[in-house]
Design a protein around this ligand. Structure first.
Ligand code: B12
Ligand code: SF4
Length: 522
C-alpha cells in the first residue's frame, strides 16, 4: 500500500510547529515518493476543529495519521490562557480573606475546566481522525508524539485507541522504521493495547541522527497554512541547532526527553535553514535547543554557528534562546550581540550557590555574573529574563537573602529595567530527580497522576512545600495586590523589605564541606 501521511498538530497557542515540519522533512528526504500533508489545528478556530479535521481527512485520505501534541501543562505557573493560574492557585491555597480565597477557587475552577476540556477534546480528535481515516483505508494507523506526549506518555495509555503507537522524544527514526515496514518497537515507543511502556523508557538514549537543513520549499507544498506564521512580524520561528543536555538539574525533564548526549547540527546546515526562512521574510528566530550552549565544550560549536551567521550577511535578524550563562566567553558574547540576540532566558533558579549545588545544577554563579558583565560590555542592551524558582529544596531565610543580593547585582550589570525576574514555582514533572525526592519525602506516592490538576494533587505538583510554602504564598499575594503588572520585581522588593539582603560574596560561596545533597537518598 502506498502510504499517505497526514501530520496533525493538535490545537496549541500559535507557536511554529517545528516538530511536525522536521518530521515531514526527514521522511521526504528518505522516502520522497510518499505523499504527505501538514494540518495545523493551531491555526483553526476552536469551533471548527472537528469540521476542519474531517474535511482534511476526506480530502487527503491518509493511511497514517501522525498526531503531534505539544503542550498539556498550559496551566504551568506563569500567565496562561484562562487568567493567571499561579495567582488563582495561590489565592485558593494561601489567602486569609475568604472573598479572595473564593475568587481563587472560581478562577482555579475555570482553569481546571478548560484544562480537562482541552485534554478530552484532543483525545476526541485523535479518535475521530482515526475513525474517519478508516472509512477510506481500513488499515489506517495512528501514531502520536510531541513534547506533551514525551512527558505524559505513561498516563496517556488508558485514553488512546488500541493500536496507537505512542512515541517519546524525537520521532524521526521511529517514523522511518514504521514506513519501511521494519520492526520499530526498539525505538522509544509502545503500542497501546499491545504492551505497557517499558520501565524507564524515557531514559533510553535516542537513536543518533544527522540533521540537515529543513527543505522549506518542499514544506510549503504540503502545508497550506505555512504563510500564517510568516505574516506576523513578532513570531519567533523555531530553528534547532542541537539536541540533548548533559546536565542533571533536579527538576528538569528536558535532559531526559532529549537525552544527555549532545548532538550538534552542522552549522552550515543550520545557517542554510535560517537562510530559507530569511528569504521568506522571517527575521526572528528561536533556537529551540534545551540549552543553546549546554556546556563549555560546546562553546566552539556556538561560535562556529554564529560566525557563519555573520558570514552569511543576514545582519538584520534577531534570535532568542535558553542560555546557560556560565558557558560564555568575551568573544562569544561579542558574536551573540553582533548576530542579533535580543532576548534570552537564564534559568538560574536561585541566587544562592549553596542551593545551586543542592539542586545539582552544576554551575558557578560567580562565572555567570562575570559572563553577564562581558555580555553587557559587548553591547547587549536588551531584556534578560531571569527565572527564579523559590523553595525547590532546602530554602532558608539566608538563601532567600542571597538570591536578592544576586538579583540586585544582575540589575547593576544590565540595568533595573532590563532584568526581568520571572518568578516560577516548579511544576513537578515525572521522571525527574525532584519527583524521586518527593517520593522519598512522602510528599507524593508512586502511582500518583502527574496529569491531575485536582486541588489536592495540584497543591503538591505546584512545588512550594512548607515550612516556606505559606510564606511565599503570602508574599506573592501581596505582590499581585500591590503591583500586578510588575509581579516579579514586586516579589523581590517585598522579600528584600521583609528579610533584607545578604552580602553578594555570601551568595557566591557554598559553605566549605557542604556535601551535595543526594536528592534520592535524603
Ligand atoms: C523551545 C521551547 C519553548 C520555546 C518555544 C520557542 C519557539 N518559538 O518555538 C518557548 C520558551 C516560547 C516555550 C514556551 C512554552 N512551552 Co515550551 N519548550 C521548548 C522546548 C525546550 C523545545 C521544544 C522544541 O521546539 N523542540 C524542537 C522540536 C524540533 O522538537 P519537538 O517539537 O518536540 O518535535 C520533536 C519530537 O517531539 C517528536 N515529535 C513531535 N510530534 C510528533 C508526533 C509523532 C507522531 C512522533 C512520532 C514524534 C513527534 O519529533 C519531533 C522532531 O524530532 C521543550 C522541551 C524539550 N526539550 O523538548 C519545551 C516544551 C515543549 N514546552 C512546554 C510548555 C508547557 C510550554 C508552555 C506552555 C509553558 C507555559 N506554561 O507557558 C509555553 C507555551 C508555548 C505555546 N504554545 O505558546 C512543555 C510541553 C509539555 C507539557 N509539559 O505540557 C515542554 C515539553 C517542556 C516541559 N518539560 O514541560 N517553549
Ligand atoms: S541545563 Fe537546563 S535543560 Fe539542561 S538539565 Fe538543567 S535545566 Fe534542564
Amino acid at each position: 500500500m502506498t502510504q499517505r501521511i497526514l501530520y496533525v498538530r493538535l490545537p496549541c497557542n500559535p507557536i511554529f510547529p517545528i516538530g511536525v515540519v522536521y518530521l515531514a522533512d526527514h521522511v521526504h528526504k528518505l522516502l520522497p515518493d510518499i505523499e504527505q500533508k501538514i494540518f495545523d489545528l493551531g491555526t483553526v478556530p476552536p469551533l471548527d476543529f472537528k469540521k476542519a479535521l474531517d474535511q482534511c481527512i476526506d480530502d487527503f485520505k491518509p493511511t497514517l495519521l501522525v498526531f503531534s501534541w505539544r503542550d498539556i501543562q498550559i496551566y504551568a505557573p506563569v500567565g496562561g490562557r484562562g487568567g493567571n493560574p499561579l495567582q488563582n492557585a495561590f489565592e485558593f491555597y494561601y489567602a486569609k480573606n475568604p472573598l479572595i480565597k473564593l475568587r481563587g477557587a472560581l478562577g482555579g475552577l475555570k482553569v481546571t475546566t478548560s484544562y480537562y476540556t482541552e485534554l478530552w477534546q484532543n483525545i476526541g480528535l485523535i479518535k475521530r481522525g482515526l475513525k474517519r481515516a478508516r472509512q477510506y483505508n481500513s488499515d489506517a494507523r495512528v501514531v502520536i508524539g510531541g513534547g506533551a506526549v514525551s512527558v505524559f506518555y505513561e498516563q496517556l495509555k488508558t485514553q488512546l485507541p488500541q493500536g496507537t503507537i505512542v512515541s517519546v522524544g524525537e520521532g524521526e527514526t521511529l517514523l522511518e522504521k514504521l514506513l519501511q515496514g521494519k520492526e520499530f518497537r526498539d525505538e522509544r515507543c509502545y503500542v497501546v493495547g499491545e504492551s505497557d511502556p517499558r520501565d524507564r523508557l524515557i531514559h533510553e538514549a535516542p537513536t543518533p541522527l544527522e540533521k540537515s537543513a529543513c527543505n522549506y520549499d518542499y514544506i510549503s507544498t504540503i502545508w497550506s497554512e505555512f504563510d500564517y506564521y510568516l505574516q506576523e512580524n513578532d513570531f519567533y520561528i523555531g530553528v534547532q541547532t542541537k539536541r540533548g543536555c548533559p546536565h542533571n538539574c533536579c527538576y528538569c525533564i528536558y535532559t531526559v526527553v532529549e537525552g544527555k548526549q549532545v548532538r550538534i547540527n552542522p552549522a552550515e546546515e543550520v545557517v542554510a535553514e535560517i537562510r530559507q526562512l530569511y528569504d521568506r521574510g522571517i527575521r526572528n528566530f528561536w533556537f529551540t535547543d534545551a540549552q543553546f550552549i549546554p556546556a563549555k565544550k560546546f562553546i566552539d560549536d556556538a561560535i562556529e554557528l554564529l560566525e557563519k551567521i555573520v558570514e552569511s550577511g543576514m545582519t538584520d535578524i534577531h534570535w532568542a534562546a535558553y542560555i546557560r550563562a556560565d558557558n560564555l566567553t568575551p568573544y562569544l558574547c561579542d558574536l551573540m550581540v553582533k548576530t542579533g540576540m535580543n532576548y534570552f532566558e537564564i534559568g538560574i533558579t536561585s541566587g544562592s550557590q549553596e542551593l545551586i549545588r543542592k539542586m545539582r545544577m552544576g554551575y558557578n554563579l560567580r562565572n555567570v555574573l562575570q559572563n553577564c558583565r562581558d555580555l553587557k560590555a559587548a553591547g547587549f542592551n536588551d531584556v534578560v529574563s531571569v527565572n527564579y524558582s523559590f523553595n525547590v529544596i532546602d530554602e532558608t531565610l539566608e538563601t532567600i537573602r542571597q538570591t536578592i543580593a544576586y538579583h540586585r547585582e544582575l540589575e547593576a550589570i544590565f540595568g533595573v529595567d532590563k532584568v526581568e525576574p520571572a518568578i516560577f514555582f516548579i511544576g513537578l514533572q515525572p521522571h525527574t530527580l525532584l519527583e524521586e525526592y518527593a517520593f522519598k519525602q512522602k510528599i507524593l506516592k508512586p502511582g500518583y497522576d502527574p496529569m491531575s490538576i485536582m486541588p489536592w494533587t495540584a497543591k503538591k505538583l505546584l512545588w512550594n512545600p512548607e515550612p516556606f510554602g505559606s510564606f511565599f504564598g503570602e508574599v506573592c499575594l501581596q505582590a499581585w495586590n500591590q503591583n500586578p503588572n510588575d509581579f516579579g520585581r514586586e516579589v523581590m522588593k517585598i522579600l528584600e523589605e521583609r528579610l533584607g539582603r545578604a552580602d553578594l560574596e555570601e551568595a557566591l560561596t557554598a559553605p566549605v564541606g557542604d556535601r551535595v545533597v543526594d536528592l534520592v537518598t535524603v
